[in-house]
Design a protein around this ligand. Sequence first.
Ligand code: ZN
Length: 341
Amino acid sequence: MKKSCLILLLVLHGCAGRGPYVPSAVSSGVPLSAICARYNVSWQWDGVTQVVILEYKGNKAKALVGSNVVVVGKEKIALSLPLHRSNSAIYVPEDFEAKVLAPFGITPGVPGAKVDWSRLKIRTVILDPGHGGKDPGARGPNGVREKDVVIDIAKRMKVLLEQGGLKVIMTRNSDYFISLGQRTEIASRSDADLFVSIHANSNPARKAHGMEVYYVKTRDKRDLDEEQRQKNEKIFTKTLNTRYSPQLNGVIADMMYASKTAESLRLAELIARDGSAHADTANRGARACRFFVVRNTLVPAVLVEVGFLSNRREEKKLNSSSYRQRLAEAIVRSIINYATD
Ligand SMILES: [Zn+2]
């Protein structure tokens, strides 16, 4: 490269700065800066040649804005779409992480989590994306639907948890309707250790924003007597294949409930505090609730309201795949930290 070009060399440092919002229709894909910040990859972009150079622990990769080929060492990797530039940010297609990171020497995972998968005290997680089918859930001013946002986040969480060898059961894995009762029965029939419901919020106060995490606090008589709960207890003891007397089953259920409420609170607090920080959103706290799916599951259960679709800014964020990935990582990170403590 000529010296005059070097003077023009524009070097951007990979920082996760909050740039201006770019509508996803204009800039589909994921900002390269966000990926590089997440995995500590340093990168440079030459504004003249349009060459992007990535560096990680001595490994180098090269890509060209406008091309879908990334060269890692001697290997050429073809992405589904070319890299492109929009509002002085560079975007890479969705498959960049999956295809490029591993050859580049990075194990994609959950950044920041203290992961020793062998030490986790949980094995199976139920992910419960809210709504679905005829029930769209909340709808943002620009039409973004809760049911679409939450299933995408849940699917991303599933990938992350399965990478660590955990078993994940989804109460729904595409866009169909499933009742609240059925959701809790799926949990009771399984060997789940944890139930995590994912929702997006809505509020007439359009400025409301941030993450809230719900858990069940009290051991209310009306909760214990609830029909769905008793049904779930029966399903659960049948799954255990035990022949305890009804009294003993009742004792076991009581013990489970006491443990469930303490554990649910701990997980809810972790997600609210650390999850919101990692996702860079406001922490609206862990809150006690009487939501059906949370109170009728027998294992520790939380319901995460990831953000407010009624807030225009947050609706835009929730409509971007990179933010949904960030939320998925943030929640999974808290689940892992909860399970290794
Ligand atoms: Zn909801």
